[in-house]
Design a binder for this molecule. Sequence first.
Ligand code: SF4
Ligand code: SF4
Length: 452
Amino acid sequence: MGYYHQAAGFIGDVPFVLQDFPLVTNVQMSVPVIRRIVADMPSCVCLKHEDWPGLDKISALRADGFLNRRIAILCGNGGMFLPEEMGRGADGAMTGFAYPEMMVDVVRHMRAGQLDRAQDLFDAYLPLARYEQQPNIGLAVRKYTMARRGIIANAALRRPGGALNVERVWETCGYNDLAKRYPVKLVNLSTAGFRELDYEGTKVKISEVFWRCGIIINVAKYKTHSLTGFTGGLKNLYGLVPGLIKTDYHRLYPATKDFAALLLALYWLTRSRVSYSFIDGILGMDGAGPSAGRVRNFGLLFGSRSIPAMDYTAARLMGFRMDDVPYLREALHGDGILPSRIKVPTSFQDFTLPDVDIRVVKLRKELLKYVPGIGRKIFQKVYYFHPRISERCKSCGLCVRSCPVHAITPPAPGILPAVNPKVCIECMCCHEMCPHHAVDIHKSFLAGLVTR
Ligand code: SF4
Ligand code: SF4
């Protein structure tokens, strides 16, 4: 009591919240003590109730005439007992949860007397609320979810807070449960080692895991891609390159044709071990893919033993010609496949998906092909597609770390990161990596006219 008198006297008329959190403070605050604090200190306006669960305490404090005046009671502990606490007389919650809107709605329903609705809503979120209660990583899980939702910019925790490694992310996203059910083993390609192989002078680092598997099924998404136009089964093999080595290759192979040669080397080195490939186009993407385009419900699933044949068919359906995808002709040729001999269902033979936007990705480098080397630099001054960071940026810094040539200045308080167009090699990694789709593709006047 002496401490509270001293503290309340020190802050004068400033209203304060009394926090009752024995789990962390190891101080058991009895109901009579809380009553005395409320009675002696008029500036105490709220109790943050974090006794676990301490429902009887709320009931006692809310009993008629027990306190000399009404103070607010707000619950903590991640809202784990919110409906019950509200039922005992709490006013709401003052706590963290990855979906705070759930708590807002639970409180609203409780106040409206809709107890069943409140409980049903709460129960739907309870597994995650419980999951967030894990010591060490609970807050990391919450921040990870909030960052994925775009609510906060960065999931990092101050020390000594725990961090989510890839394995924890799998757990949070439900991959571990899936793996157990089927059963499959999840492997982190970034930490499993790699082999560096040489294909006619092009060296490629490929995850060690790939060489240890007996059957490889390659599953790609059906999307446009700002660097290679289209992304399907062959581009998906790039995922075999571990972690940040991928970024490094963008720096080493900035020109599209060189990057395509790298992809082809990867394909020649791995094709004999890939048993079957799919492109999942049930939900796909057009426009500024692979991450900032329009999500489209194409309702298509492609499958083949031949990756180039599958990619050719899928790209053609989107409206691409063979040479729009920089590695396709050579891949088909290398496998001895004639496009006219690729077997597709009759109904798809002359079919092109309607209303698919491939203009930006298709024309980004198209015109440059026709400009001779000597005039290319000048032409690029009037015909360009530069990444530009928009106001949607949350300053998470992921693009800065992803840029292979350090062309992006880091964010600072009140200052967004910015791309230096003189350094940028237009690999579009920043555009692909930004979790908030905050990197726009800024077109020059000429590029805008061409792709209008
Ligand atoms: S633009 Fe860069 S810093 Fe901004 S939100 Fe996207 S990745 Fe993060
Ligand atoms: S700024 Fe973006 S597009 Fe330019 S080099 Fe860096 S990551 Fe690539």
